[in-house]
Design a protein around this ligand. Structure first.
Ligand code: UD1
Ligand code: UDP
Length: 368
């Protein structure tokens, strides 16, 4: 069956970023491309700023699913998506990653006989305490077409019984996302944060594993406040984290940290490319740190990107009694080697033009 209409679901910061180049490429094929925005992220600096900067077309609908519990978000997204699939009757529904946005919308599709395309499929941390792990495993088992970002993710899909014929091209759109704004990146020392290139840490925190556990969040902020005595820290604070810091009364640890609102994509990439190291629990920043060859410290006990755990390029701060300080000490002692290893990992997330390949395969997929 020929594909005439595709619906693409966005709704969180990483989905805007990682689907933007695929949306552009789908539009070039001439196939009608509808954009559904779940509204899971809704503040200007978590949503509109990315739509503008990445030139994502105005979404056709917004489900206003922001805030609330897992079940509230899923039910709003499921209902919104079900209604639109009924009305628009797209030939395919494209979802990305592991957020409630992706899972809630994917759940609506089988009942409406709409095949699901899953971009960034097959990532696994094998840690079911993380809501993202549950979301992505379940999506894999209702999706019809899977685009794994790396050979390891492809292997994970095959190990779970996903048919080889249902797996598409292996690669990630992130390099193309970076390329969309690459010529706009700033010299980070000119951003007004009073930092020098290569002499600051770029920090983000948002996983509920870190934010919703008061003692863990306190431990992280305490460590960061000690590190900021020797090297500045720039910390754009995610809304979830901001509210937990207030709730647990942890503001005292932020006095010497450059705490700012979430930044736009150009600023985030500018801060990443010039950082001494990125310290974060973000999946997106893991990939971008690889692209720019900047060492990364994961504020996690595990990662889906296991290939990066080599030569101090990416260290797990909470693995086997490790601390953030241990990771930084090791990085200081092995910095040049760590940068070299990180640079050698640039190929992991592919190269320019993979979004076009993924979009072409999506647009030509033989829908049963
Ligand atoms: C979600 C994803 C996570 C992803 C992250 C990217 C799930 C389960 N989690 O986590 O995988 O890494 O997005 O950033 O889907 N809030 C605002 N304004 C906003 C957005 C959120 O104030 O624009 C507040 C709300 O109070 C909300 C809380 O932040 O309850 C958490 O937001 P939510 O979208 O539920 O989860 P994230 O932590 O953002
Ligand atoms: N990012 C951004 N502004 C910020 C923090 C992050 O633009 O203030 C970008 C970052 O460059 C990356 C993406 O957001 O591309 C990652 O999103 P997030 O960390 O929220 O989610 P995750 O990738 O962990 O799912």
């Amino acid at each position: 069956m020929k594909i005439n209409k595709i619906a693409v679901v966005v709704g969180t910061r990483p989905t805007f970023i990682e689907l933007a180049p695929i949306i552009h490429e789908l539009q070039k094929t001439g196939i009608e491309t509808l954009i559904y925005h779940t509204g899971q992220h809704y503040d200007n600096e978590m949503s509109s700023v990315f739509l503008d900067q990445l030139q994502i077309p105005q979404p056709h609908e917004n489900f206003n699913a922001g805030g609330g519990t897992f079940s509230e978000q899923i039910s709003t997204i499921l209902t919104g998506c079900e209604n639109l699939l009924e009305k628009d009757k797209p030939d395919l529904l494209v979802v990305e990653g592991d957020t409630n946005t992706a899972f809630g919308s994917a759940l609506a599709a089988p009942g409406k006989q709409t095949p699901i395309v899953h971009v960034e499929a097959g990532c696994r941390s094998f840690d079911k305490s993380l809501p993202e792990e549950v979301n992505r495993v379940l999506i894999s088992h209702i999706a019809d077409v899977h685009f794994p970002p790396t050979p390891n993710c492809r292997k994970n899909l095959l190990n779970e019984g996903i048919r080889e014929e249902a797996i598409g091209f292996v690669g990630h759109p992130i390099v193309d996302a970076v390329n969309l704004v690459k010529n706009k990146l700033h010299d980070s020392s000119k951003l007004g944060f009073d930092i020098e290139r290569g002499k600051y840490y770029y920090v983000t925190i948002h996983r509920n594993f870190n934010t919703d556990n008061p003692s863990r969040l306190e431990h992280i902020l305490h460590e960061l406040s000690k590190m900021a005595e020797t090297k500045p820290i720039v910390f754009p604070v995610h809304p979830r984290t901001r509210s937990r810091i207030q709730q647990f009364k942890l503001e005292k640890y932020l006095k010497n940290i450059k705490v700012i609102q979430p930044v736009d994509y150009v600023t985030s990439l500018s801060l990443t490319k010039d950082a001494y190291a990125v310290i974060s629990d973000s999946g997106g920043l893991t990939k971008e740190s690889c692209i720019f060859g900047v060492p990364y410290v994961s504020l996690r006990p595990n990662t889906e990107w296991i290939e990066t755990l080599t030569g101090y390029a990416n260290q797990l701060a909470f693995e086997k009694g490790n601390t953030i300080r241990d990771c930084i000490d090791r990085l200081d002692r092995n910095y040049d080697a760590a940068r070299k290893t990180m640079r050698s990992l640039q190929v992991l997330f592919g190269r320019t033009g993979l979004s076009a390949t993924i979009a072409k395969q999506i647009s030509e997929w033989e829908v049963a």
